[in-house]
Design a protein around this ligand. Structure first.
Ligand SMILES: Cc1cc2nc3c(=O)[nH]c(=O)nc-3n(C[C@H](O)[C@H](O)[C@H](O)COP(=O)(O)O)c2cc1C
Length: 150
């Protein structure tokens, strides 16, 4: 069975909750999933997985800022080679800020920079959005694209 890792950085639990739904969606598609808080994750572990999902909420305002726990990991990522490894980014934010989900932009930029193959546009979940985004469906779509080698 292919395996995936879902790593999240979350201050107040929103991105953690999204990460759990993503893990559930991937499991629906028969992917073996490891869910990790960034505080328990090491960049070196990423090479153990066939599919990588990275998530962070956005902080700051003037600039795009990752949730604090993600900062060191993000810097270390730069030295990793993920050529052709399927990946996607996700995170929660608030569209009343200048850089809505800027952390997801940062994660996507870094993943592309180190060669990863982004399977879909990152998932950006808005605090302001009354309608629930179907996170699990997004994850199932990621799994489908992964399985088809898209
Ligand atoms: C001080 C502060 C700054 C924030 N800056 C941004 C921002 O620049 N862009 C954004 O999209 N959301 C911003 N947010 C909103 C959070 O990212 C959002 O509430 C998110 O759901 C928190 O997720 P978490 O619980 O996983 O940390 C900010 C929130 C606070 C309190």
């Amino acid at each position: 069975m292919p395996n995936a890792v879902v790593i999240y950085a979350s201050e107040t639990g929103n991105t953690e909750s999204v990460a759990k739904q993503i893990a559930a969606g991937l499991k629906d598609e028969n992917i073996d999933v490891t869910l990790k808080n960034i505080t328990d994750a090491d960049v070196k572990d990423l090479s153990d997985y066939d599919l990588i999902l990275l998530g962070s909420s956005t902080w700051g305002d003037e600039e795009k800022e990752l949730q604090t726990d993600m900062v060191d990991f993000y810097e270390e990522l730069e030295n990793l080679d993920l050529t052709d490894i399927p990946a996607a980014a996700f995170g929660c934010g608030d569209s009343s800020y200048t850089h809505f989900c800027g952390a997801v932009d940062l994660l996507e930029d870094r993943l592309e920079q180190i060669g990863a193959r982004l399977l879909d546009e990152g998932l950006r979940v808005d605090d302001q959005d009354d309608d629930e985004i179907d996170v699990r469906a997004w994850a199932r779509e990621i799994a489908t694209r992964f399985s088809k080698g898209l």
